[in-house]
Design a binder for this molecule. Structure first.
Ligand code: 2M8
Length: 432
């Protein structure tokens, strides 16, 4: 099947000997949640690469358990990405590894779930056990350093930690950073030279200055704590839904491997009882992020509002409301990263409107968990067709009547290929 061959070729081309880059030139290093999604796709054709991908990621784990979002593997490429390895300056942080440079923030913790998938697919048990132990240490770090009060819920400290970088969800918080704090920040952006039409498809300079302001503040504290007035303290439903599922997977695997997981069981029950209380909005019947500094939900409809289905831990009634909402419009492809009815919607600007394959995949997985097979199939078909029609890009214009003949951002994008492979696998039950 040609589509399968194309997916495998992209994963092959982006493989760098022990890890996979998301897309050449634009993202020349290893990214945390990308690696999780990539391993999902590689487990069928290349199980050795799937496990190695995670082993390489965890080889850059900090001694306190923290798992960074970028691993800067190839020194000669340090300056081809901004902010560069030197900008992050991880070597000056107490707990960072001393041989490999990394960023100082994390990303949605998908790897626990991925390990369960690899285990189900009979990939080397001894190697999986070692990774489960490391992954549990990472979750312990999150509980010990990022828990919001005693809720079990984890806070993120940077919009890059959400993985949905310039989502309209973060607008209010980021724009609260005073102008004089970012005036002096210098940019040396590389991304804008690597994609077409970057003015309309990538974040603006002023956004980048705010992102860097946050990095600078975190770096002063060795990425390990925040000051009381630090503006970005968010409980993100996407991060936490993925975290719930990964905790469940690690608890299951931990028991199989005779590891004491009682700490995580207690914490998981805390998150489960607080997730809906804090993040569900009753009138709009959607999930939203909670802004801790301003003590309020950020009530804007984004694709992330649906990702909690992936956790498998929300009540049927809520799932049905989400599904009703999700399938009510047919004039755009599912699932736009920002609802087209929102004022800030921009159809081709990165996380402010376009469809992303990883978010569709998470929602699709969630629908399957609830036995919503028709809805899951609709989403799966639409997602695969979008890639067939517009190519293996990073993101896609959701408007059906637009003139977009191809996708946007990075081409030959690894997680697009990997997750399409997974979606094909379920349908055909084999890939050949
Ligand atoms: C994008 O984020 C990076 C920063 O981490 C960037 O824009 O330079 C996001 O889409 C993120 O979710 C993704 O992991 C990363 C690599 O694909 O690119």
């Amino acid at each position: 099947m040609k589509l399968v061959k194309d997916c495998v070729k992209i994963l092959d081309d982006n493989w760098r000997g022990s890890f996979t880059i998301p897309s050449s030139r634009l993202y020349p290093f290893q990214w945390n949640w990308d690696s999780g999604f990539i391993a999902i796709g590689n487990q069928y054709y290349n199980p050795e690469r799937a496990i190695q991908e995670l082993e390489t990621l965890f080889s850059a784990q900090w001694s306190n358990g923290f798992l960074p979002h970028i691993i800067f593997h190839e020194e000669e490429k340090y300056n081809s990405y901004f902010p560069s390895a030197d900008y992050w300056d991880s070597f000056s942080a107490k707990y960072s590894p001393s041989l490999i440079k990394t960023s100082g923030i994390t990303q949605p913790p998908i790897t626990g779930f991925v390990l369960e998938e690899l285990w189900l697919n009979n990939i080397d048990v001894t190697r999986i056990k070692t990774l489960v132990e490391k992954n549990l240490k990472y979750h312990k770090y999150l509980f010990n350093n990022r828990e919001f009060k005693d809720t079990g819920l984890i806070q993120i400290w940077h919009n890059w930690e959400s993985g949905m970088d310039n989502s309209i969800w973060w607008d209010s918080v980021l724009s609260s950073i005073p102008g004089e704090q970012i005036e002096q920040i210098e940019l040396n952006r590389k991304d804008i030279h690597e994609v077409e039409d970057s003015k309309r498809t990538r974040p603006k300079d002023i956004d980048y200055k705010r992102y860097l302001y946050l990095v600078n503040e975190l770096r002063k504290n060795q990425y390990n704590k925040i000051n009381d007035d630090y503006p970005f303290q968010i409980i993100d439903p996407v991060f936490n839904s993925i975290f719930i599922q990964s905790n469940k997977s690690l608890i299951k695997l931990g028991k199989i491997f005779d590891i004491d997981v009682s700490f995580y069981e207690k914490k998981l029950s805390d998150i489960k009882s607080n997730f809906n209380k804090i993040l569900w909005e009753n009138e709009l019947e959607l999930y939203f992020p909670f802004d801790i500094q301003n003590q309020q939900l950020i009530k804007k409809e984004c694709s992330g509002s649906y990702v909690p289905i992936f956790s498998g831990e929300i009540e049927n009634e809520k799932v049905m409301s989400l599904v009703k909402n999700l399938f009510q419009y047919n004039d755009y492809y599912k699932v736009p990263s920002c609802d087209p009815r929102e004022e800030s919607f921009e159809s081709i600007n990165y996380w402010r409107g376009p469809v992303w394959i990883n978010i569709n995949w998470l929602i699709w997985k969630g629908l399957l968990k609830y036995g919503l097979l028709n809805e899951a199939e609709l989403l799966r078909e639409e997602t695969i067709n979008l890639v067939l029609d517009k190519g293996f890009f990073e993101y896609f214009d959701p408007l059906k009547n637009s003139n977009s003949h191809k996708g946007y951002g990075g081409a030959n994008f690894s997680w697009t290929a990997a997750l399409v492979l997974d979606m094909l696998k379920v349908k055909n039950n084999e890939l050949g």
